[in-house]
Design a protein around this ligand. Structure first.
Ligand SMILES: Cc1cc2nc3c(=O)[nH]c(=O)nc-3n(C[C@H](O)[C@H](O)[C@H](O)COP(=O)(O)O)c2cc1C
Length: 183
């Protein structure tokens, strides 16, 4: 039994990219049915499975399907498909075309996508303390850590009160460069 306090979503193929194939109206009916059964959100993709398909792979090529389902059914809707840059992602959400976005291939290219996006959009992200000592400039922090910090966090998996004191001291010593680190 799925816990009631956890969100449950469904992935749908809004199209099969085949002429006279799956109509969007049928997909909306399906999503409305799972909504009525208690589904919390829908993630809208396309079925890229037939050899004869000719899919125009343009940026955000499936977002319009998500928008259509969101408008028709009213369930929180995620869009996928060649969403690759932070401004594009932000526009999809702020313009109301979808409630959320999901990425796959962009993360394969750059596992630090979220950090870089936060930096580009001027957003603040929580930095897990164990990641703070990562070598090199850290998005949102922009500092290189002293080696002692690395060894200290190698010994601790959770942020304890002593760690908090140490981090605050580190932030003071960084002269504000690490001021975005929330502890
Ligand atoms: C060649 C190809 C075929 C895909 N086929 C399906 C599919 O049949 N059903 C589906 O839900 N998503 C399908 N997807 C979408 C992926 O599951 C995933 O949502 C998508 O790649 C995310 O978009 P992104 O990788 O452009 O960020 C396919 C993606 C690719 C690249």
């Amino acid at each position: 039994m799925w816990p009631t306090d956890k969100a449950l979503g469904v992935r749908v193929s809004a199209t099969d990219y085949i002429p006279h194939g799956l109509p969007i109206e049928d997909v909306c009916d399906f999503v409305a049915a799972v909504r009525d059964l208690g589904c919390d959100f829908v993630d809208v993709s396309g079925g890229g499975v037939a050899a004869a398909q000719q899919i125009a792979l343009t940026p955000g090529y499936q977002v319009d399907y998500a928008t259509a389902i969101k408008k028709t059914v009213g369930l929180p809707t995620f869009a996928v498909g060649l969403i690759t840059n932070p401004t594009q992602a932000n526009e999809i959400i702020t313009s109301g075309r979808a409630d959320g976005i999901a990425l796959a291939r962009a993360f394969l290219r750059n596992p630090r996508w979220v950090w870089d996006a936060a930096e580009e959009l001027g957003a603040e992200v929580f930095c897990p303390p164990r990641c703070a000592p990562a070598p090199g400039p850290v998005a949102g922090l922009g500092v290189c850590e002293p080696p002692s910090l690395t060894s200290r966090f190698d010994r601790h998996s959770a942020l304890r009160p002593t760690d908090k004191r140490f981090l605050r001291k580190f932030m003071r010593r960084s002269g504000g460069r690490a001021s975005r680190l929330r502890i």
